[in-house]
Ligand binder design. Structure first.
Ligand SMILES: *[C@@H]1O[C@H](CO)[C@@H](O)[C@H](O)[C@H]1NC(C)=O
Ligand SMILES: *[C@@H]1O[C@H](CO)[C@@H](O)[C@H](O)[C@H]1NC(C)=O
Ligand SMILES: *[C@@H]1O[C@H](CO)[C@@H](O)[C@H](O)[C@H]1NC(C)=O
Length: 491
C-alpha cells in the first residue's frame, strides 16, 4: 500500500513538475476540428501547453489529435459521436472495439492521459426528437464492460455532455426539473455517474439566452452584477450562469441526486456574427466566468463548491461549423483558427494573458481578390459558390468585415474560397473575375486570411520537443509502475 501510494504521489508530482501545470486547475478547453484550416495537432498541443491548459475535451477520438497529446500531461476527454451510439449500445463487440481502438491503445502506448469518455454529444437535445436518448444507458453499460476488461474502469470515467434544455424551470432555479420524458433516463444516468464517481456534465450558454430572447436582461448574462436580479426565496441570483447551474442542482435533487458533482462541458461567448457577439463582450464574459470559478464562490445552492471542471467553448474558431443557429457559430474561439489570441484573457492558470501559437505552417503570403479591371455584374453565382464552400460570415451585420463595400465583399469571398482550396490557382479564376495578389488586402478589423498547410499534420510536437523529452520518459515509467502496482493490488 505504502509503495503504491508513494508511486502514485511520485507520478502526480512528475506530471505536475514536468508539464508545469497547477495541480487542481479547473479551466479546460473544447478542441473542435470542424475547420478547413486545421493547424497541425502538435502546434495546437503546444499552444495549450504554452497557456498551461491541462484539460481538453474532444468531440471524437481523432488519431492525429490523440497522438499529438501523448506525453503532454494534458488530461483528455474523448468523445463517442452521436452517430456511433446505436452500434455501441447494440453490441458489446462494438464497444470493446471502440475502447480498444480509441482508449486502451493510447493509454497503453504513448501515454495519452485519457480520463473521460463523453458518450454522445448533447444527445437529449430537443431538436433530436429523442432519436439518441434510448442508446445512452445501454452504450454506457457496454463501454463500462469494455473498460473493466481493459483494466481501465477506475481510471477512465464516462460522462454525457447534456444541453441545458434537458431541464427547465417554470420560474426560479429552485423549481428546476428535468423534462418529463427524460425523468427516467436522467435518474438512471445520475445513478450511473454517482456510482462511478463521475460528474454530471452540462453545457450552459448565457449568450444563447440573450440571443434568442429579446427580453433577456443583458447584464444578467454577465458576471458584473445585474439590475435585474432573480429572487428565489432566500436566494438572489445576479447572473444567468448561477441561475442555470442551480436549476440543474434542483432538477438533480428532485430525482434524488442533489449532491452529484457537476462539470461544465461547454461555456463561452462568440466574438462576431451577432450584435451581442463581439470582442468586448466575449472578454467580459469569459474573464468574469474564470474569475468566478477560480474564486471558488460556488452558487446559492452550492456555496463554496465551484463546478468540478469547466471547459471553455472554445479553443479555436471552426469555420466549417453549421451556421443554422447563426453566423456566430463559427466564432467561439478564444483563439482564431490559427491559434492567435483574439483578446487578452487570464485563464487563471499562471499566465496573465494568452500566448499565441508558434510555428504555424501558413501557406505562402498571397490572396485572391476581385480583378479591379473587370465589371462585377455577373459575380453573384461565383459569390454564392465561394460562400457556400468557404466562410463569409464576417461580411454580415455584426461581423468584422461588415461594411467593406461590394468589391470588398467579392474579394473577401474569393479569398476565403482560394485559401480553402489551398491556394490552387484555378480556384481564383471565377471566369476571369479573380486575381492573385501579394499585397495583404486586409482592412482594419477585417482580416483576409492566409490558410494553414494542414498536409504537415503529423508533426509529433510535444514529447519530442526537448522540453518534455526527459520528463516524459520518467512520466511514462512512473505511469507503468503505477499501473503495474495497481494491477497487482487489485489481483
Ligand atoms: C474510434 O474513433 C474514431 C474517431 O472518432 C472513429 O472514427 C472510429 O470508428 C472509432 N473506432 C471504433 C472501433 O469504433
Ligand atoms: C458588444 O456586446 C455587448 C453585449 O452584448 C453590447 O452591449 C455592446 O453594445 C456590443 N458592443 C459593440 C461595440 O457592438
Ligand atoms: C456585403 O455583403 C453583406 C452580406 O451579404 C451585405 O449585407 C452587404 O450589404 C454587402 N455590401 C455591399 C456593398 O454589397
Amino acid at each position: 500500500m505504502a509503495v503504491r501510494g508513494a508511486t502514485l504521489l511520485a507520478a502526480i508530482l512528475l506530471v505536475a513538475l514536468c508539464a508545469g501545470l497547477p495541480a487542481d486547475a479547473a479551466i479546460g478547453v473544447n478542441w473542435g476540428t470542424l475547420s478547413s484550416h486545421r493547424a497541425p495537432p502538435g502546434v495546437v498541443v503546444d499552444l495549450m501547453r504554452a497557456n498551461r491548459i491541462s484539460k481538453v475535451k474532444l468531440f471524437d477520438a481523432d488519431p492525429g489529435v490523440l497522438r499529438a497529446l501523448a506525453g503532454s500531461g494534458i488530461q483528455v476527454m474523448v468523445g463517442v459521436t452521436n452517430g456511433e451510439l446505436a452500434s455501441i449500445a447494440g453490441s458489446q463487440a462494438a464497444a470493446d472495439a471502440w475502447v480498444a481502438q480509441n482508449v486502451s491503445r493510447y493509454v497503453g502506448r504513448g501515454v495519452v492521459d485519457i480520463r473521460y469518455i463523453a458518450v454522445g454529444n448533447e444527445p437529449f437535445l430537443t431538436s433530436y426528437q429523442g432519436q439518441f436518448q434510448s442508446y445512452i444507458i445501454p452504450a454506457m453499460t457496454n463501454i463500462q464492460q469494455s473498460l473493466v476488461k481493459a483494466n481501465l474502469a477506475s481510471y477512465v470515467k464516462q460522462v454525457v455532455p447534456c444541453n441545458a434544455d434537458a431541464y427547465e424551470s417554470a420560474s426560479v432555479p429552485s423549481q428546476g426539473v428535468f423534462r418529463t420524458e427524460l425523468t427516467q433516463i436522467m435518474t438512471q444516468l445520475a445513478a450511473f455517474l454517482s456510482s462511478s464517481g463521475a460528474p454530471f456534465v452540462v453545457n450552459i450558454y448565457p449568450f444563447l439566452s440573450l440571443y434568442q430572447n429579446s427580453d433577456f436582461p443583458q447584464d444578467y448574462a454577465f458576471f458584473e452584477g445585474s439590475t435585474h436580479p432573480l429572487v428565489d426565496g432566500p436566494n438572489v441570483y445576479y447572473n444567468a450562469f448561477d441561475g442555470n447551474f442551480d436549476t440543474l442542482v434542483s432538477a438533480l435533487g428532485k430525482i434524488g441526486y442533489g449532491n452529484l458533482p457537476i462539470a461544465i462541458g461547454e461555456i463561452g461567448w462568440p466574438t462576431e456574427g451577432a450584435p451581442s457577439a463581439n470582442l468586448t463582450a466575449a472578454r467580459a464574459f469569459n474573464q468574469g466566468l474564470i474569475n468566478r470559478i477560480t474564486s471558488s464562490k460556488g452558487t446559492p445552492l452550492r456555496p463554496g463548491v465551484p463546478p468540478a471542471d469547466v471547459y471553455l467553448f472554445s479553443l479555436l474558431d471552426e469555420e466549417q461549423k453549421s451556421i443554422l443557429p447563426g453566423n456566430f457559430e463559427r466564432h467561439w474561439g478564444i483563439f482564431s483558427f490559427d491559434g492567435q489570441a483574439k483578446y487578452p484573457l487570464n485563464l487563471g492558470l499562471g499566465n496573465s494573458v494568452l500566448k499565441n501559437a508558434k510555428e504555424v505552417p501558413y501557406l505562402p503570403s498571397r490572396w485572391c481578390v476581385a480583378n479591379p479591371a473587370r465589371n462585377l455584374d455577373s459575380v453573384s453565382d461565383h459569390m454564392k459558390l465561394a460562400c457556400s464552400m468557404a466562410d463569409c460570415t464576417t461580411l454580415y451585420y455584426g461581423g468584422s468585415c461588415y461594411g467593406i463595400g461590394q468589391k470588398g465583399n467579392v474579394s473577401y469571398a474569393f479569398n476565403s474560397y482560394y485559401q480553402q482550396q489551398k491556394q490552387d490557382p484555378k480556384s481564383c479564376d471565377f471566369d476571369g473575375l479573380g486575381m492573385i495578389t501579394y499585397l495583404d488586402p486586409s482592412m482594419g478589423e477585417c482580416r483576409f486570411l492566409v490558410g494553414v498547410d494542414d498536409s504537415k499534420s503529423s508533426a509529433v510536437a510535444s514529447c519530442g520537443s526537448g522540453y518534455c523529452g526527459f520528463c516524459c520518459g520518467l512520466w511514462v515509467l512512473a505511469f507503468w509502475v503505477f499501473m503495474y502496482l495497481r494491477l497487482m493490488g487489485s489481483a
